[in-house]
Design a protein. Sequence first.
Length: 249
Amino acid sequence: MGWLGNVFSSKKNQLSESFDISRIRTDMHSHIIPGIDDGARSIDESIAIIQKLKSLGYQKLITTPHIMAEVYPNNRQTITSGLDALKKELDRLQLEIEIEAAAEYYFDDNFFQNVQKGDVLTFSDNYALVEFSFHSEPSNENVLFFEMQMKGYKPVLAHFERYTYFNEFLDKAKLYKELGVNIQMNLNSLTGHYGQTVKKQAEKLIESNLVDFVATDCHRIQHLTLLEAHINDYYFCKLNSLDFKNAIL
């Protein structure tokens, strides 16, 4: 490969330590309450996922079921009752791990109404997780973010790298951060699970140190076995040198 190939290989071998998940401590985006969205389908599947998360080094879980009108019409009651049932099964099995629930809110009029009413499921210091459409770029999102902050919420934008209409550009991520919005990245974006375009965008976010939270966004245990298989990859190892807000949740 010549001199350039040697330089590239050298760069990729600079980081030799595996990604230390215990340093991250908290997974703040997952779908492990059974039967209420596109995540875990049964209590047994939920337990298997939690066992795997614990074995990977996570000490606390904040699961975030979808709230999306007409598709996943969850609310505070469905989520908290689902969490209670899951906690009871964890107690029965004597499986010890901190677990809480918030929600992943779809950016729509229903969420805006919830914000105005002050009825938003949050985690830690009033962080609220919101996602955009994967198909069309949002409009007036800055108005929503402003309204959230006026109500005392701290916006967290889910998996920025997966919105392909932002592809190749980090301007929006930089702008959002200037507006006080936290950027969350899915760990499996670095594995190529969502495609090479998303992978490259995730790498750019890491290189530019624009990520506030990293998370599994786990729906199936296969997401975790994939993560584990890539834990020695260059960009996973690079995460050890960065500071994320997960550790203080």
